[in-house]
Design a protein around this ligand. Structure first.
Ligand code: 5RP
Length: 233
């Protein structure tokens, strides 16, 4: 898919998500290029009179939303988000996700976990039968990094420290990211549990049964994908 076609699909998916937002909603604002399109479109609606309060999933999204005049709130004021709209790096037929390509997976997962509905917006390249072609981002505390690298190697993962402009990438919380190749993942829920059980891993980019719906664009338009029921757990 060409870059311009991919961008077009991202914008169409983001536009489709506007219909999931109602007047008065608290809206989780995702991070990444597709979520950015959504935030910009939401900003236009706010200028037209839509009343919402946003909870951003990153410093970048907070800055964008503030510049667009979208009112923001925090978990001090509200503990339940009506709908979160965010992107994904991959989604499978059960709507399990890999997220964190933009490094915001920790706040993204917290916001998604506090949401009545998590709406994922994606271009067609994000749809896969099995997760794992995109490397799973894992946010680690710097103190534990070498320990986690050894533990990941022991379970067969190839992990690489994320480096940007010659320096380790720092998340909004000041942690590092390890991008991990597990091959194609047969059982994402089991892998997610294994990773969650490793002290020093702050969060990982496997989002298991968190998405309510994916709005995925392709050459013909936007399709709503809902989770296939599991055949076994
Ligand atoms: C950021 C994310 C993004 O949602 C994900 O990387 C998809 O990004 P894009 O919409 O730019 O393809 O998880 O941490």
């Amino acid at each position: 898919m060409s870059q311009s076609e991919q961008d077009r699909q991202k914008i169409e998916a983001a536009r489709a998500a506007l219909r999931m937002v109602n007047n008065g909603d608290v809206v989780g604002l995702g991070t990444g290029s597709t979520a950015t399109h959504f935030v910009k479109l939401l900003g236009e609606r706010v200028k037209e009179g839509l009343q919402v309060r946003g909870i951003p999933t990153s410093v970048d999204t907070k800055t964008l939303a503030t510049n667009l005049g979208i009112p923001l709130t925090t978990f001090e004021e509200v503990q339940m988000i009506d709908v979160t709209v965010d992107g994904a790096d991959e989604f499978d037929p059960r709507l399990n996700l890999i997220k964190g390509g933009g490094g915001a997976l920790l706040r993204e997962k917290i916001v998604a976990s506090a949401s009545r509905q998590m709406v994922v917006v994606a271009d067609g390249s994000k749809r896969v039968e099995k997760l794992g072609r995109f490397h799973v981002p894992i946010e680690v505390i710097v103190f534990a990094q070498e320990l986690i690298l050894a533990k990941l190697a022991a379970i067969g993962a190839k992990a690489q420290l994320r480096v940007v402009d010659g320096s380790p990438f720092r998340t909004d919380e000041g942690n590092h990211i390890l991008d991990c190749d597990f091959g194609l993942i047969d059982d994402p829920a089991a892998l997610a549990r294994t990773l969650s059980d490793m002290p020093g891993i702050v969060e990982h980019g496997l989002f298991i049964r968190m998405a309510s719906i994916v709005l995925v664009a392709d050459a013909n338009g936007v399709i709503e994908v809902r989770p296939e029921s599991p055949t076994k757990e």
